[in-house]
Design a binder for this molecule. Structure first.
Ligand SMILES: N[C@@H](CCC(=O)N[C@@H](CS)C(=O)NCC(=O)O)C(=O)O
Length: 228
């Protein structure tokens, strides 16, 4: 039996779980859920309504694990090698703190800025009525007002400073090896690859995002090209 990942194919949090599975070379299948109907499946399984959810399909293991951070923790316990936990406990705590900030603050900011782009300047990516309707629903669901989008942009500016200081000096955000912080950053900032202004001014970010995807055997995010 192999593990099953319940996901939305476009979700950057699901990308984080896929990067972790790929890094550990664990085979898994994905089940793409339909937004809206997903709640009916997820609520009874996890008590939450968000993807990713991992179904380990293993005896003696939980039936379902919700939340990307919990999934990474489970994968590390299930298969410690290769590790994405740092041997120094202080550095591991720092990596987890960065992961939490990226999940809770930056992943949300990315979502706001991305959907704002898709209905404005980036409308041509998919101007179809169905796509624009989905974008409107998501914007309404998360109360993406212009003021909230502006605050999200400011949070991203801080993220570029914090991540830039670290990734320009070393391939790793914390310590001397890949950690949960690197995986979280590579996934949660990836939707920005479609926005020309970020691609142009934060080239270092997309370079590192590309390298981490390659290391994890994960397809590059939309807007980034595989190297020949
Ligand atoms: N903290 C969660 C966030 C996951 C999340 O926000 N997932 C979104 C997709 S990007 C979702 O499932 N939204 C559907 C909903 O809220 O009903 C994690 O790290 O897994």
């Amino acid at each position: 039996m192999c593990m099953r990942l319940l996901q939305f194919s476009t979700s950057h949090y699901c990308r984080k779980a896929r990067l972790a599975l790929g890094y550990k070379q664990i085979s898994y299948t994905v089940e793409n859920l339909t937004p809206g109907a997903h709640v009916l499946k997820l609520k009874p399984l996890t008590g939450l309504k968000t993807v990713p959810v991992l179904l380990p399909e293993l005896e003696g293991e939980p039936m379902a694990i919700a939340d990307s951070t919990a999934i990474l923790r489970f994968l590390e316990r299930y298969q410690p090698d290769p590790t994405f936990f740092l041997p120094d406990p202080h550095l591991q705590t720092e990596a987890q703190l960065l992961e939490d900030w990226l999940d809770e603050s930056i992943g949300t900011a990315t979502r706001f800025v991305y959907y704002d782009f898709r209905r404005g300047e980036g409308k041509q990516i998919d101007p179809s009525l169905s796509s624009q309707l989905v974008i409107q629903v998501v914007r309404w669901q998360y109360a993406m007002t212009p003021a909230a989008v502006e605050l999200a942009r400011q949070r991203l500016t801080l993220a570029f400073e914090v991540l830039g200081d670290r990734w320009k000096a070393s391939p790793y955000l914390v310590g001397k090896q890949l950690s949960v912080a690197d995986l979280a950053a590579a996934a949660l900032l990836s939707p920005l690859a479609l926005i020309p202004q970020y691609r142009q001014h934060q080239a270092w970010l997309f370079e590192r995002i590309g390298e981490i995807h390659q290391l994890c055997g994960e397809t590059l995010p939309p807007g980034m090209k595989e190297k020949g």
